[in-house]
Ligand binder design. Structure first.
Ligand code: UD1
Length: 341
């Protein structure tokens, strides 16, 4: 089965390509390389033994996207990752986010409709829940007003997919990720943040390796056991595996509804300080950090009710926090070696 992975040279995309190939799928990647490198294709090949087909393409471009689909008539499913994802940047330039994240989705759906491609896995986020009233948060929890244009693009995208699925043959699985971290055990692929990372784990590893001076812990006055905010961190390979199950479920026509939504998390919440402790334990490094003010827009705590994904997909995240932090650290060290050579 040939699967199109948009954003397949990116962080979650590249790990998903490897898992798809492992399960015998043929993969074609499209990516505009705005936040990833062509070299990732070689790294994928080193892991799986197969170089995925690749096309550099901006999915916002209607003509080029149409042309791509005309030339690739044998696609059985699409996993759509390609999107901008920096919260702060989206606040500064909302139009860039709405244009990129929404126009590309509309173009993909139009081509799916025109060419009879039925199966779409969409990369959504737990950000749609805001601060949920009930924890762990289940898929039927209300979607709350988005805190940023980035978050809003995820909410609007979900609605665009729902509306389109109602009146076409298109089926979708929307996966709401909690906090993906870590890297492939080979340390050949991982997260490549451009500039100063916004996310906690790359900031921790970059601080420990000496790229950043100090980590700021955003707030210790939350209503949590140690006062720092709580998230559900999930290993990127566990996350990638769920995508393969989701696309197979659609191809094998095992869906119970035209559009299904699943939470992808471990179900366990960890505080920022617990993440730091885990990192220090597995790396043997002492982390330089200080407590600062809360970061505007952050929620206090969120972690997933994973029962629906566990039962329906037969999928469960396997990796512990320590394993996640160790893989993130090994990746950071590998990157450092690469830059030195
Ligand atoms: C963020 C986005 C979320 C997006 C996800 C994509 C916000 C409000 N949310 O999730 O919408 O889907 O990234 O990757 O930006 N922290 C520190 N110091 C740091 C960085 C983070 O203390 O330097 C804390 C944060 O306050 C938070 C936790 O670490 O409590 C995780 O932060 P982060 O990795 O940025 O993820 P989210 O904010 O949960």
């Amino acid at each position: 089965m040939k699967i199109l992975v948009t954003g397949g040279t990116g962080y979650i995309g590249s790990h998903t390509v490897v898992e798809l190939q492992k399960q015998g799928h043929k993969v074609v990647i499209v990516d505009n390389l705005s936040n990833s490198h062509r070299d990732v294709l070689h790294q994928i090949e080193k892991i799986s033994g197969v170089k995925p087909d690749f096309e550099e393409l901006d999915l916002v471009d209607i003509a080029k996207t149409g042309d791509f689909f005309n030339r690739n008539r044998d696609i059985s499913g699409i996993i759509h990752f390609a999107a901008f994802k920096a919260v702060g940047e989206s606040v500064a330039d909302p139009l860039m986010y709405y244009r990129n994240n929404l126009f590309s989705l509309v173009n993909i759906l139009q081509n799916m409709k025109d060419k009879g491609i039925k199966n779409l896995v969409f990369s959504s986020s737990c950000t749609v829940y805001g601060q949920p009233d009930k924890l762990p948060v289940a898929e039927d929890a209300p979607v709350q007003m988005a805190m940023s244009p980035y978050g809003n693009t995820k909410q609007i995208s979900e609605e665009v997919i729902q509306d389109t699925a109602k009146v076409t043959d298109i089926n979708a699985v929307m996966l709401r990720y909690f906090n993906p971290i870590g890297a492939h055990e080979s340390a050949l692929i991982g997260e490549l943040p451009l500039g100063v990372p916004n996310n906690l784990v790359p900031f921790i590893t970059q601080t420990a390796i000496g790229i950043r001076k100090q980590l700021s812990v955003f707030g210790e006055d939350y209503n949590t056991p140690d006062g720092t905010a709580i998230r559900d961190y999930i290993h990127v390979v566990d996350l990638a595996k769920a995508h393969v199950i989701a696309i197979d479920r659609m191809i094998e026509e095992n869906q119970k509804k035209k559009v299904e939504i699943f939470n992808l998390g471990t179900g366990n919440g960890f505080s920022v300080l617990e993440v730091i402790k885990s990192f220090e334990k597995v790396s043997g490094e002492k982390l330089n950090y200080k407590i600062v003010e809360r970061r505007p827009g952050d929620v206090e705590q969120v972690f997933a009710d994973t029962r629906f994904a566990n039962d329906e997909l037969g999928w469960k995240a396997q990796k512990s926090l320590d394993e996640m932090m160790l893989s993130a650290w090994n990746w950071e060290k590998e990157l450092m070696l690469k830059t030195k050579n």
